[in-house]
Design a protein around this ligand. Structure first.
Ligand SMILES: [Zn+2]
Ligand SMILES: [Zn+2]
Length: 350
C-alpha cells in the first residue's frame, strides 16, 4: 500500500484480508464492528479518546482493534495490517495462466448485501469491488420466497433500485448493476414479478428448495427457468455443498450432494436461450463440478465466473472459479463478465 489508510479504512482492510483467508467470522466481524464505531464518532472524539487512552472503553473496540486505530491515526500502517498484507500476499498464489484469466474479469455478477443475507452494506461491497479493480458488480440479493435469507419483497427491491441509483451517481465510473438472485420455483417460474425482473440489469436464477427432487422434475424446473427471457445466469446449478457452513444466527448447514438433473438438456437449453452457466467460486460450492463444467464447455455454453460473495472479502474468491475454468478449457471470451458493462447490458437485455 502506498498511502496509509485512515483508521476505519485500515480496520476494513484487515477484515477484508481475514475474510479472504477464511478466518472465523467473529474475528472478521470484530474489525468491521470497530470500523463502524470509528465512523460513528462525532468530530474530534477519536482524537480525544486516543489522547486520553480511553479508546477501548468504547463498546466494540478491544486491544487489537484499538492498537490498529492508534497506529492508523498516527499515519502509520497498523502492524497487524502490515503482517497480514505480507503473509496473505503469498496466500495460495494463482498459477500464471489462472492469474491471467482472472485479470480478464471486469466484474462479478452474483453478490449479496445486508439487504438479504449478506453481512455488509451495498456501499462496502462496492468499495471492495473497486479496490479489486472491478468495473462493475451486479447486486443480486435474494427473492421473496427465500425468507430464511431475508429475501426482498417487490417493494424492498424497488427501494433498493433507488439506493443503487444514488450510489452509482457517487461511485461512477464504477457501476453497481441492479439484479436479483431469483429463486426458481418448483414449477420452474421465477420468484419475482415479470415487470420488476424486466427492469433489472442482471437476473441470476437459482434453485434453493426441493433439492432432492427426482431428476425428471428437476430437469423440467431448470429448463423452464433457463428459457425464461429474464434469466441471464443459471446460478450454482447442482446446489451441492462440499463442507458444512455457518449461516446467519449460527445456523449450520450440512454438506449435501449434487441435485440430480439432465445436465446435457439443461446446458443445451442455456446455449439455445443465451443463459450463462455460473461458475460459482464459493469454496463450499465450487459448482458445477468439473465433469459437468467440462460438459458445458463441450456444448458451447457461455459462463459467468461469480463469487456469490456475502461479505466484501469474499469478492476476492474469483480465483477459485478461474482455476476451474482454466482446468476445463473455458475460452475467456465466452465468460460474460470479461465484457465491459455496456457489452454485458446489451447481452442481458437482448
Ligand atoms: Zn444461491
Ligand atoms: Zn447467492
Amino acid at each position: 500500500m502506498s498511502t496509509p489508510l485512515g483508521p476505519a479504512a485500515a480496520l476494513r482492510r484487515i477484515a477484508f484480508l481475514l475474510e479472504r483467508a477464511r478466518e472465523p467470522t467473529h474475528r472478521v466481524a470484530a474489525f468491521r464492528t470497530a470500523a463502524a464505531v470509528v465512523d460513528a464518532l462525532p468530530e474530534g472524539e477519536l482524537d480525544r479518546r486516543i489522547r486520553t487512552r480511553t479508546l477501548t472503553d468504547l463498546r466494540g473496540i478491544g486491544p487489537k482493534t484499538g492498537a490498529a486505530i492508534v497506529q492508523a491515526h498516527a499515519g502509520d500502517v497498523p502492524e497487524y495490517l502490515a503482517r497480514l498484507e505480507e503473509s496473505h500476499a503469498e496466500l495460495v498464489p494463482l498459477a500464471d495462466d489462472v492469474a491471467e484469466f482472472r485479470s480478464a474479469l471486469r466484474g462479478d455478477l452474483h453478490t449479496h448485501s445486508d439487504w438479504s443475507d449478506g453481512g455488509s452494506p451495498i456501499r462496502e461491497m462496492a468499495e471492495a469491488a473497486i479496490s479489486l479493480g472491478h468495473e462493475y458488480m451486479a447486486l443480486t440479493d435474494h427473492s421473496p420466497r427465500l425468507t430464511v435469507a431475508n429475501g426482498l419483497t417487490t417493494q424492498r427491491l424497488e427501494r433498493q433500485l433507488d439506493v443503487v441509483a444514488e450510489l452509482n451517481e457517487e461511485l461512477g465510473p464504477f457501476r453497481i448493476l441492479t439484479g436479483i438472485e431469483c429463486d426458481i420455483n418448483v414449477d420452474g417460474s421465477l420468484d419475482q414479478t415479470d415487470e420488476l425482473l424486466g427492469r433489472l440489469d442482471v437476473v441470476v436464477a437459482s434453485v434453493h428448495s426441493d433439492l432432492r427432487a427426482e431428476s425428471a422434475a428437476m430437469t423440467e424446473r431448470m429448463l423452464a427457468a433457463v428459457a425464461n427471457p429474464h434469466t441471464d445466469v443459471l446460478g450454482h446449478c447442482t446446489g451441492r455443498l462440499l463442507i458444512p457452513r455457518e449461516q446467519r444466527e449460527g445456523r449450520r448447514q450440512r454438506p449435501r450432494p449434487e441435485s440430480a438433473f439432465d445436465a446435457e438438456a439443461v446446458f443445451s437449453a442455456c446455449v439455445e436461450h443465451g443463459t450463462a452457466v455460473e461458475i460459482n467460486s464459493r469454496p463450499e460450492r465450487l459448482d458445477p463440478p468439473l465433469r459437468l463444467l467440462a460438459l458445458a464447455v463441450e456444448l458451447g455454453c457461455q459462463f459467468a465466473i461469480d463469487t456469490d460473495a456475502h461479505a466484501p472479502g469474499q469478492l476476492d474468491w474469483q480465483g477459485n472459479g478461474c482455476e476451474r475454468a482454466v482446468e476445463t478449457g473455458v475460452d475467456v471470451d465466452r465468460v460474460v463478465n470479461t465484457w465491459t458493462a455496456d457489452e454485458l447490458l446489451d447481452w442481458t437485455v437482448g
